[in-house]
Design a protein around this ligand. Structure first.
Ligand code: FAD
Length: 502
């Protein structure tokens, strides 16, 4: 009989049991293990725990007799229960270093090359080698992926003649609009499996064995292949056309805007990135969506997502501990508890509330509201990473480290990005309706109405003046410090602030 094959909770799509290209035998028994120890290790958002358990149990129900599904305390115990102490298994390359190390330490698991990404590890390594020590850049990587996967290409050149349409993708939200007025994203109807998951989570919480943050409202994200395909179809039909224009914009009453919300089914392995990019390309070829939107979306999926996945492995384990700016502040309690109600700054309160209620916000609130707050206040980047990992329904180790340590906290000192991503309130005001009735004014640096983002921005530049003055993309901003007559007053107010909610 063929060797059993172990499926992890983020390997739930059909491509993870496909016997072609070196996959498990079509008759191989499958093993899935739900280990409670994972929930004890970190204080997750409850909607995330719900989502992952629901998705795993739905997959097990579909696979029926072919899978041995074990609920155990630890993976080691679960494995013993599923297949005994002896005999070899296979699995596809796990998505975290910790899981890879664990599987290798068992000494009985043959790890097959990673699935669920466009670019295999060895091809990335060869590409990175080919850059000859020049810095690896997203733009170069992305063009290489477009060419090698024939994505959005016309012959040897980019479809439509340009590789990058980002300049068309930075519009503020339409003036006066409270929402983009698009049909809502795909939404779920819960079933008996969700009820069972909820009951289990309630019981574990009552027993005190696990504890969560956030609200486990109605499930919003797909947990089966069929649901994931419906979500993809709905996105391409209704939201993709506006995806580009408003990619960076925020609206208080419209958290999802024209975003896809597909990170969840992608990261659960329910969708393959190739099919997402190809469907978007087809929409352009059919004249249903404009090129700037389609190029923008393909850039996110085939560029950023792949790039982040490979950088996670490429950077090595120490990357997790990078702290180039020596930020050591602990995360304040109100932030850890997602206590949006005590926050005065309207942008932060709105976004924190979205995280509390759904475990999701789009890219710009993550980067320019949550991440920027952490960076300006000097919070420990490893703790910030852990917070994002726990609180976001699409958070996994591989996607967190480059995005939080690198992109958001600049803790790698500029490997992942060329400058720190942070701004004063003016940026938030331009790109959103979040400032509107806020008690603070984006233009005020000091005094009662000083915007915490504006004051925090200048204080950040001041704190890291020496380092940032050497960065050609920051030098002008740093010189701006010399023109602030009220800098001493601003710094004094910052020093007296404490860690209360802004
Ligand atoms: P869309 O805007 O519709 O984009 C389409 C897809 O592109 C996404 O579904 C995602 O799969 C991919 N993508 C875009 N940008 C990135 C990126 N930087 N890294 C990886 N994939 C990307 N993404 C996660 O999947 N999980 C996370 O835990 C996560 N944490 C983040 C934390 C911070 C501080 C920042 C700045 C970004 C983070 N991202 C994360 C990246 C990005 O914000 C999310 O992928 C995106 O907001 C998910 O919503 P969406 O599916 O509607 O995305």
């Amino acid at each position: 009989t063929p060797r059993p094959h172990w499926l992890f909770g983020d390997q739930l799509g059909p491509h993870f049991i496909d016997p072609r290209h070196g996959g498990p035998d079509s008759g191989a028994p499958l093993v899935m293990i739900e280990a409670r120890s994972v929930l004890r290790r970190r204080r997750f958002h409850r909607a995330k725990a719900h989502l992952v358990l629901s998705a795993m149990r739905h997959r097990a129900a579909e696979l029926g007799d072919r899978v041995v599904y074990v609920r155990a305390d630890t993976y080691r115990e679960g494995l013993r229960e599923a297949v005994g102490d002896n005999g070899r298994l296979t699995c596809f390359h796990p998505t975290s270093r910790r899981a890879l190390g664990f599987v290798e330490s068992l000494g009985r698991v043959d790890v097959l090359p990673a699935r669920g990404f466009l670019v295999p590890h060895d091809e990335f390594a060869a590409w990175a080698e080919g850059t000859n020590g020049r810095r690896t850049r997203l733009e170069d990587f992305y063009r290489w992926v477009r060419r090698s996967h024939d994505l959005l290409m016309d012959g040897d050149g980019p479809a439509g003649g340009r590789w990058n349409l980002d300049a068309e993708n930075r519009e503020p939200p339409p003036r006066g609009a409270q929402t983009l007025d698009l049909p809502g994203p795909w939404s779920a109807a819960e079933d008996a499996i969700d009820d069972e998951v909820r009951r289990d989570l309630d019981r574990w919480e009552r027993e005190g064995s696990v504890s969560f943050v956030g609200r486990d409202g109605p499930r919003r994200f797909p947990v089966t292949r069929r649901q994931a395909l419906a979500a993809l179809k709905r996105f391409v039909a209704h939201r993709l056309p506006d995806f580009g224009r408003y990619e960076d914009a925020m609206l208080a009453a419209d958290p999802s805007m024209s975003h896809s919300l597909l990170s969840v089914p992608l990261n659960l392995g329910l969708l393959h990135p190739a099919e997402c990019a190809e469907r978007a390309e087809q929409a352009w070829r059919d004249g249903v969506a404009p090129l700037n939107s389609v190029e923008g979306f393909v850039r996110q999926i085939a560029g950023w997502r792949e790039y982040v996945w490979h950088l996670y492995w490429h950077f090595g384990e120490d990357y997790r501990h990078r702290n180039a700016l020596r930020h050591r502040e602990r995360l304040p309690g109100w932030f850890l508890e997602l206590n949006a109600d005590v926050v005065t700054a309207r942008c932060l309160a709105t976004v924190l509330e979205q995280v509390r209620d759904t475990g999701w916000t789009h890219h710009i609130p993550r980067l320019m509201v949550l991440g920027s707050r952490a960076l300006q206040d000097g919070w420990d980047p490893a703790e910030v990473t852990d917070w994002f990992h726990r609180c976001f329904v699409d958070g996994y180790d591989w996607v967190m480290l480059p995005n939080v340590v690198g992109m958001s906290q600049y803790a790698d000192g500029g490997v992942m990005t060329t400058k720190p991503y942070t701004s004063g309130g003016a940026y938030i005001n331009r790109m959103s309706d979040l400032c509107g009735p806020c008690a603070y004014r984006p233009t005020e640096r000091v005094g009662e109405h000083a915007c915490p983002y504006t004051a925090g921005y200048w204080a950040f530049l001041h704190r890291h003046r020496e380092r940032l003055a050497g960065n050609h993309r920051m030098v002008r901003a740093v010189r701006g410090l010399d023109r602030l007559p009220d800098l001493p007053e601003l710094l004094d107010a910052q020093a007296r602030r404490g860690d209360g909610p802004p």
